[in-house]
Write a protein that binds this ligand. Structure first.
Ligand code: ATP
Ligand code: PRP
Length: 213
């Protein structure tokens, strides 16, 4: 039975290779050097489709891919409709944080009940976080380079992913709140799991056995 797995280029693809290997799956090409969006594997019936990280849940939701790997950030923003999420793969780990310029007094702004301008690629996560705190915010949706927003006066704070902290540091920003721990999860189309159970379940088991500690 045919199996299609949706992956994004870069860190998710790289960190998924050992999991695929555990399931006996080897990509025929590297998406970094190939322009192909459908990548064959050593298994005649298993192919990989290369999509934007934030599009992975959509491909799986509509059954264009049976399986996919997506960050918790992306899954929360997507909403998870039609997706079964059986496994935290513990890869692409980072933290969702609130960050501000080094010279911005975040505590004071929050304490005084100021209305904050928040730039982010993650409006859902940001909105929920500040609603929980009872802080009024205006969300400014960006698609990348969030770190620039406080430097040019577009926003008071950003909600973004932080790993080493190097990007914040290089831009004179600091993290002031931790929102969520992020890692990537396996997502499965619910109908595909039923129809292709005997093909999908061994892949799930192999991935589970190879999850990094
Ligand atoms: P898109 O192309 O859809 O805009 P993207 O550029 O954010 O997505 P990647 O940078 O490949 O895509 O990130 C994929 C996932 O890896 C993110 O959804 C997140 O869960 C995780 N991630 C992002 N940045 C880091 C980081 N610095 N360290 C570790 N994991 C990260
Ligand atoms: C992510 C994130 C931060 C950076 C944090 O960007 O959006 O900018 O990583 O990592 P650090 O704390 O280790 O510096 P990424 O490298 O994925 O770039 P992109 O969003 O442009 O793909």
């Amino acid at each position: 039975m045919k199996l299609t797995i949706a992956l994004s280029k870069g860190r998710i693809f790289e960190e998924t290779l050992p999991l695929l290997a555990a399931a006996g799956i080897q990509p025929a090409e590297d998406p970094e050097s190939s322009r192909k969006l459908v990548i064959d594997t050593n298994h005649e019936h298993v192919k990989l489709v290369i999509v934007r990280a934030s599009d992975v849940p959509t491909y799986v939701q509509y059954g264009a891919a049976d399986l996919g790997i997506a960050g918790r950030d992306v899954l929360i923003e997507h909403g998870g409709d039609g997706l079964y999420q059986p496994l935290d793969l513990n890869i692409a780990r980072c933290k969702m944080m609130v960050a501000v310029s080094n010279d911005f007094d975040y505590e004071a702004a929050v304490k005084h009940g100021a209305r904050l301008k928040i730039a982010t690629k993650y409006p859902q996560i940001a909105r929920e976080h500040f609603a929980r705190k009872g802080v009024h915010v205006d969300i400014i949706k960006l698609y990348g380079s969030m770190e620039l927003a406080p430097l040019v006066g577009l926003a008071d704070a950003i909600v973004d992913l932080v790993s080493t902290g190097n990007t914040l540091k290089a831009n004179n920003l600091q993290a002031v709140e931790h929102i969520l721990d992020i890692s990537s999860r396996l997502v499965v189309n619910q109908a595909a799991l039923k129809l292709k159970y005997s093909t999908i379940q061994p892949v799930l088991d192999a991935f589970a056995s190879a999850v990094p500690a």
